[in-house]
Design a protein around this ligand. Sequence first.
Ligand code: ATP
Ligand code: MEV
Length: 542
Amino acid sequence: MHNGNNRKKHGSVKVTRRNSKQQLTLSELQSRFEDQSISKPGDESTDSSDASIPTPSTSASNNSSNANTTTTNTARMSRAQRKASSPMAPPFMVSAPGKVIVFGEHAVVHGKAALAAAISLRSYLLVTTLSKSQRTVTLNFRDIGLDHTWEIDSLPWNVFKHPTKKKMYYDLVTELDPDLVEAVKPHAAAVSTDKPDDVRKIHRSSAAQFLYLFLSLGSPDSHGAIYTLRSTIPISAGLGSSASVSVCLSAALLLQIRTLAGPHPDQPPEEAEVQIERINRWAFVGELCIHGNPSGVDNTVSAGGKAVLFRRSNYSKPPSVTPLNNFPELPLLLVNTRQSRSTAVEVAKVGRLRVTHPQVTEAMLDAIDKVTMSANEMITSEDFEGDNDELEKFGALFRINHGLLVSLGVSHPRLERIRELVDHTNIGWTKLTGAGGGGCAITLMRPDASPQALQELEQTLAAENFERFETTLGGDGVGVLYPAVLRNGTDEEGGEEIDQQKFENAVGIEGIERLVGVHAASNTQERREGWKFWRKAVNLTR
Ligand SMILES: Nc1ncnc2c1ncn2[C@@H]1O[C@H](COP(=O)(O)OP(=O)(O)OP(=O)(O)O)[C@@H](O)[C@H]1O
Ligand SMILES: C[C@@](O)(CCO)CC(=O)[O-]
């Protein structure tokens, strides 16, 4: 599955403690990062014209991402000359997980509860800031073949920074501004003009999402940068791929304008929570650009990690999010139909059903809410131990929730096929997860399921072109690797800089994970060398 070349040191840059290029030690860089809290009272602008910029690394300036539209403009030059040169920051990386919705998808869009958990599959965004003379931003979404460069000075800053439109980095934005959407449109339409319509449509919405966030959080003085994304989450499969991309973009842009503190290991959890909330708010805006009508559960789980009970009763207010710290380690089988679909389309189907059959639909959404709340009651009970009887009861909730989703019209024959195969072997209880219409199913496995039956099921699934995923539930949310250097050297040597080209070309989950420093540590958890995460307080009571 993986590209053996990624193992080779050949061509990679070794960062030593006194790298001639950076002239800063790793710990100096780290402490500068840790000092980057500018959440000071009275500091109310998303502008950060004095933000420090990363060094243009050799790999970045040579890279394929065609930063070839650089212009020189006198006004810009004089701005650059006026400013004392700020210390250079190196490339850095942010990462955010996908999720599974265990109960409550679709109902959650209509104010009901959902129970969801982060998974170990993640998106990774490498940010390489360019030198002052390179006045371009490049979006390189490698997995979907989108690679486009805009000139920063050609973007509609006048519309986004107009006093009646301008937003602060801490604002709660619950809907897109139609004027801002209009202003972004022609710039998003410029991408992938040579690609087929269906591909262009996806690229345009990714471009619109990026530009909306970049223009909201950046400023005309923002430094040029290349944003390169790779993900181990299957796209449009119900595992929150779009939310994890939104969280990465939001976190990267907020870090670049220096509005986030940490993350660092001894950061007070309350402070970490504020940073997560800030990232999550803008990630929701990114989701609005892709989905139209998201509940916010996906970006909330992706930003904060672990597992939560989520409900958004009033869209103009923040949702209620209850962390489930003792979420049980459920034996889950995660299977992808390989039938991709759009979340926006599936959500719209339920919206239409609500119009044509209001009472029936409301009753089904209420029933899903009751399923979710029953599941929540079970797993938060002091007495829950996950024994056979309890899992039997919990499993029945999977079955009921799936039945209701079928009735809402969001299943798919391929999902029904998985359920049929699992039911036939009697190894557990299955439901679709995420938006449905294809995508993934989760099966809660009976503890006494026969290993032989499971093996046979896996063979049948493979033969019918289903894909099985190994993942663990309840991991960390958004995290940062700053600088983008693997701590794989001795103290003297520092580590190995993550090479842009290798990152772009890494093959498969293994290839990407090896490159960003993920190591298998035990059956359930992996080690992420050098990565730091914002972590909320742990409430030890159930
Ligand atoms: N690896 C990726 N690279 C670039 N863009 C991505 C990537 N993964 C997801 N996206 C964006 O997210 C869109 C898919 O979002 P969609 O909501 O349909 O699926 P999902 O998030 O995987 O499913 P669900 O919302 O049910 O969890 C893609 O069309 C693309 O715009
Ligand atoms: C279908 C849905 O409930 C979950 C998608 O992962 C949509 C949403 O909550 O935004």
